[in-house]
Design a protein. Structure first.
Length: 310
């Protein structure tokens, strides 16, 4: 069993990854500055193999303490999405790239680094499947900073980077700004959904399958080290309209369409997951299963009664 540091472990992906590594028997330390609170980690507190450190991944002192004695550094801490990055580009650069430099500077070469990159690094891609051999041309601040961090990590050696598809599914630290999650939230809680760019195509991965990918990399690090892998599934490649109608088949709501919108990352392409699949990794959770899960889970999100009752 390994000692694992998870930066950004209190976030949407991090809270699920933390649970998966604890369930697998590993000892987990989470480093997070708790921008969105730490409620997603409360269920892990009773476990003696869980430890939490409050701090910023750019803080050299805190990071030095966090990496001490670790076997694996699983790096999730980041400003995520083009909207958040555009709101403060310097801050995004400082966290996404600067924080990665700080982590690598404190790291011992023998510590394995696992990194959550993103398909947004590809930018606008030509027709056909998007694969790891393509030269990334990110169009957004988010894509650019994630690519810069990815390259720093891969070049440092003893590292594996995943270019993840768009995440979906329930998490102890829930996000509803992700496409599938947001569609289900609007359909279930508001009773309607407006879909823009209905024919735009994305690939997806359930957040628990993201956690499984990291566990897979830990088990196969000798074969995977020093490389980048797309992580997702060709079976989870859908248009926005297809997703909306999958939800409609399970829950009645008012569906309407809007004009073409703006996606700075221009995520409208199909992705090849052959490289990771050749090693034996496959996703387990279908979009349909994830939608069913989300429909059940949306009732558990914070709800304010219409008359102000607690």
């Amino acid at each position: 069993m390994a000692n694992v540091l998870i930066t950004g472990g209190a976030g949407y992906v991090g809270a699920v990854v933390t649970g998966a590594f604890l369930d697998a028997g590993h000892t987990v330390t989470v480093l997070d500055r708790l921008d969105d609170g730490g409620q997603g980690l409360l269920g892990y507190v009773p476990q003696t193999r869980f430890r939490f450190l409050a701090g910023d991944v750019r803080d050299e002192r805190v990071v030095a303490e966090a990496v001490r004695g670790q076997d694996v550094l699983l790096h999730l801490a980041a400003i995520v999405g083009f909207g958040e990055c555009n709101a403060d580009p310097r801050h995004a650069e400082s966290v996404n790239v600067g924080g990665t430099r700080t982590l690598l500077a404190a790291r011992d070469p023998g510590q394995l680094v696992l990194y959550a990159s993103t398909g947004s690094v590809y930018g606008a891609v030509p027709a056909g499947l998007c694969h790891e051999g393509l030269e990334p041309t990110p169009l957004s601040q988010y894509g650019s900073t994630k690519l810069a961090a990815e390259r720093l990590i891969v070049e440092s050696g003893n590292a594996v980077a995943f270019r993840f598809a768009t995440a979906f599914g329930m998490s102890p630290s829930m996000r509803i700004d992700l496409l599938v999650n947001g569609f289900v939230y609007s359909a279930k809680r508001r009773g309607y959904l407006v879909v823009y760019d209905k024919d735009a195509r994305r690939t997806f991965i359930h957040v628990r399958d993201m956690a499984r990918a990291f566990l897979f990399a830990l088990d196969h690090c000798d074969a995977m080290g020093g490389q980048v892998y797309n992580a997702g599934s060709e079976t989870l490649n859908h248009t926005k309209d297809e997703i909306a109608k999958l939800i409609l088949a399970r829950h009645q709501y008012f569906l309407t369409y809007g004009p073409v919108g703006v996606d700075e990352d221009q995520r409208d392409y199909a992705v090849s997951y052959e490289k990771l699949g050749a090693l034996g990794f496959t996703t387990e959770i279908s979009l349909e299963e994830g939608i069913d899960e989300l429909l059940r889970g949306m009732d558990l999100l914070h709800y304010r009664a219409p008359y102000g009752d607690a």
